[in-house]
Write a protein that binds this ligand. Structure first.
Ligand code: NAD
Ligand code: UD1
Length: 338
């Protein structure tokens, strides 16, 4: 298939691009580069041996979306483009509703204009809110505690309405748990601007000496060691989940489906620190800090539906997640030294 990736130059989009090319699909990336760098395209070429086109533009621009869909003959869209920082979404909600919700609406309009009705959407486990039971399956009630989460919930609702109104649509909603790690080549990975909000990039930067120490947000949760437990999933496994979901939804009789992409296994913050130190033979100094607002004690997936319906499950373990994150961090250090 010919597939358009909105936000394709970003962390997850770039990994999905490599997985799609290795599965024989044609890919074009569309990105406004607000949180990515066009240089990633050269690295994607080095990895895949294929020059993947990047069209610079904004998903809120309907004409630009129509142009790229038509020019490249896209048959399906995987929609990653969006803003994702929880704290920033609290401070600047309008920016989040505009970019994420209006952006998705404009994309849907352009897709309908161009008669493209196959869509895979990047949602998040954040839509489960405070877990009422674990593991979280797709039937768990949804709620949101911040504007970022609300944009994901609103978009999910929009997609359900669109699919209900017109049976031509084939939509996959993928609820990611905690994507971490990097491609084995060390050429692409997660490199957030400024101080990272998420655990794994923070740990990498402390190990590299770019940040002094990790603050562990709370050690008094109801978990085995008191620190927060999450379902970390290797980004390459996550990418393979997209290929499986796209192929399933394209030939499915159902207009809309929702799948968790997680491992089913939770690890605590201290387990992550210990694994990173052990696998990479580095030191990650940390101190215990107060809990972070909005955090839950434990969050992990039931990946059963994806296993059953997509024939997909995550295979890469915590060691592979930590080793690949560190390989990417060292590659960044070499690049910065050049
Ligand atoms: P990312 O910031 O690395 O990638 C998003 C890409 O979208 C960036 O390249 C950015 O430049 C682009 N973009 C943003 N707004 C745009 C716009 N208006 N028009 C065109 N391009 C735009 O983030 P990521 O981690 O790769 O996340 C991808 C998607 O997955 C996001 O929708 C995010 O909310 C969702 N998600 C991510 C995580 C995670 O932990 N990384 C977890 C759950 C869900
Ligand atoms: C966060 C977001 C969530 C988003 C997800 C993936 C919040 C409240 N939630 O989830 O909406 O979908 O990222 O992008 O921001 N931790 C530390 N020290 C740190 C950073 C994190 O101890 O410096 C802990 C956290 O308290 C948590 C765990 O590490 O227990 C994972 O945190 P993080 O990587 O931010 O992911 P989530 O909180 O699951």
């Amino acid at each position: 298939m010919k597939i358009l990736l909105t936000g394709g130059a970003g962390y997850i989009g770039s990994h999905v691009a490599t997985a799609l090319v290795s599965s024989g699909h044609d890919v074009v990336c569309f990105d406004n580069l607000s949180n990515s760098d066009a240089a990633v395209m050269d690295r994607l070429e080095a990895i895949t041996g294929t020059a993947i086109p990047l069209v610079e533009g904004d998903i809120r621009d309907r004409d630009a979306m129509r142009y790229v869909l038509q020019e490249y003959g896209a048959e399906a869209v995987i929609h990653f483009a969006g803003l994702k920082a929880v704290g920033e979404s609290v401070a600047e909600p309008i920016k989040y509703y505009d970019n994420n919700v209006r952006g998705t609406l404009t994309l849907l309009e352009a897709m309908a204009d161009c008669d493209v009705h196959t869509l895979v959407f990047s949602s998040s486990a954040t839509v489960y809110g405070q877990p009422q039971y674990l593991p979280l399956d797709e039937n768990h009630p949804t709620s949101a505690t911040n504007p970022y989460g609300r944009t994901k919930l609103m978009i999910e609702e929009m997609l359900r309405d669109v699919a209900a109104a017109d049976s031509k649509w084939r939509i996959a909603i993928l609820r990611y748990f905690n994507p971490v790690g990097a491609h084995d080549s060390g050429l692409i990975g997660e490199n957030p601007n400024g101080i990272p909000n998420n655990l794994m990039p923070f740990i990498s930067r402390v190990a590299a000496g770019r940040l002094a120490e990790l603050s562990v947000f709370g050690d008094d949760y109801d978990t085995p060691d008191g620190t927060g437990v999450r379902d970390y999933i290797h980004v390459v496994d996550l990418a393979e989940g997209h290929v499986a979901a796209l192929e399933a939804v394209a030939k499915s009789g159902q207009p809309i489906s929702t799948w968790n992409l997680g491992t089913g296994q939770g690890y605590s913050v201290l387990e992550m620190v210990e694994a990173f130190e052990r696998i990479n033979d580095v030191s990650v100094p940390y101190r215990i800090a107060p809990r972070r607002d909005g955090d839950v004690a434990s969050c992990f997936a039931s990946p059963e539906r994806a296993a059953r319906e997509l024939g997909w499950k995550a295979n890469r373990d915590l060691d592979a997640m930590c080793a690949s994150s560190w390989r990417f961090e060292r590659m960044l250090a070499t690049r910065n030294a050049d």
